[in-house]
Design a protein around this ligand. Structure first.
Ligand code: 3HC
Length: 326
């Protein structure tokens, strides 16, 4: 079954009740579903949606930080940033391969992204205006991603959960290098302190939006939780992230851009003011600060890589022809 095309599956089929019951019993026992196993068509569709968009996020996510590789202030910082951006490309590869185990093809997934039909994380539609943004992305954005991806490491679909184990290990390096930068800048010169405060101010709310809409507005969460793809909800993960980051950032003398932020003794949670969901939906519908630039860069990279794909195709055809019996 593995390596089948998504066309081999009727994603709108009526499920066989007995097979569905067996599948759900496997999920309840905590078993991993593997590529060749029977699965509901909606399970397959949801995973292709989620994993391919995750992969798109990793590859588009290289753009904001990649812009600063040539402007890194020291050779050490340049080396760290190159390693991080390279990691993100690898994460994208891992995830596209995980989606391919469900029958999606690389071409279909990339076409969906390049034609604006597939999403990628809202967070990558914001500009990186100063060097402090690079540390902020490392600590906040990759920190939020780790929170989400640690959950996905327990996902019921085998290839996705296993991809997360490797990705989370590398993300921890991404987060730590960002945290180090934020700490250094927050203890630096007045200009450096102002630069990191400005970066956190710009990136705080868009990072909270990364976790997705509130659970009450999250149409996919119920089925994803029923079948063990998500084991935590958007709001649960967001709250964990807020509780972790607020005390750490405040300890550095950084002010969060939220006059309503307060600690609630009863729930032991930091409570934020309202998130601007109009901005969130505007950004994911393509009207964010730099959506057009990001997609233009992604399309140019794809076009520039055509010769590589053509060369690989020609080589594969030559290999196949030579393997044919005389
Ligand atoms: N950006 C873009 N679209 C988003 C979004 C976001 N931050 N949050 C939600 N959406 C979209 C969903 O894709 C869905 O649209 P669709 O049905 O057309 O795909 C719609 O908004 C409704 O949201 P739901 O909450 O119902 O969607 P999900 O249940 O899928 O939850 C999610 C959203 C939490 C992002 C979930 O899809 C998920 O966990 N995805 C896997 C992890 C991932 O993609 N992370 C992105 C960041 S990767 C990264 O940061 C790289 C790191 O190296 C920095």
């Amino acid at each position: 079954m593995y390596g089948a095309s998504v066309d081999d599956f009727d994603l709108d089929q009526e499920e066989n009740p007995e097979q569905l019951a067996n599948f759900e019993a496997r999920i309840a026992r905590g078993e991993k579903i593997e590529p060749g196993d029977w699965m509901p068509s909606e399970y397959r569709r949801q995973l292709i949606r989620m994993i391919s968009q995750h992969a798109h996020s990793e590859v588009v996510g290289m753009l904001p930080e990649g812009a600063w590789i040539t402007k890194a202030p020291t050779l050490r910082r340049k080396l760290i940033l190159i390693a991080k951006v390279q990691d993100e490309a690898g994460h994208g590869q891992y995830l596209y391969h995980a989606a391919e185990t469900l029958g999606a093809t690389r071409e279909e997934m990339l076409d969906a992204l390049l034609e604006g039909k597939a999403k990628y994380s809202s967070i990558f539609n914001y500009p990186t205006l100063t060097w402090a943004d690079i540390g902020t992305i490392g600590w906040l954005v990759d920190g939020a991603a780790i929170m989400n991806q640690t959950m996905l490491a327990r996902c019921s679909y085998g290839p996705y959960s296993r991809a997360m184990v490797r990705i989370c290990m590398e993300e921890n390096f991404h987060k730590k290098q960002g945290q180090e930068m934020v700490i250094l800048l927050s203890q630096g010169t007045p200009d450096q302190k102002a630069m990191i405060q400005d970066a956190i101010t710009r990136w705080w709310w868009p990072t909270l939006m990364m976790f997705g809409p509130h659970d009450s507005d999250s149409p996919n969460t119920p089925i994803l939780q029923k079948w063990g793809i998500k084991t935590r909800s958007n709001d649960e993960l967001r709250q964990d992230f807020i509780n972790q980051l607020v005390p750490d950032l405040q300890a550095l003398g950084i002010t969060l851009p939220d006059p309503d932020l307060h600690y609630d003794d009863e729930s032991e949670n930091w409570i934020t003011g309202p998130i601007d969901w109009d901005e969130f939906w505007r950004v994911i519908k393509g009207d964010g600060p730099v959506n057009k630039e990001r997609m233009a860069a992604r399309r140019k990279a794809h076009d520039d890589g055509l010769w590589v794909r053509e060369a690989l195709q020609a080589y594969a055809e030559k290999q196949a022809a030579e393997a044919m019996p005389a």
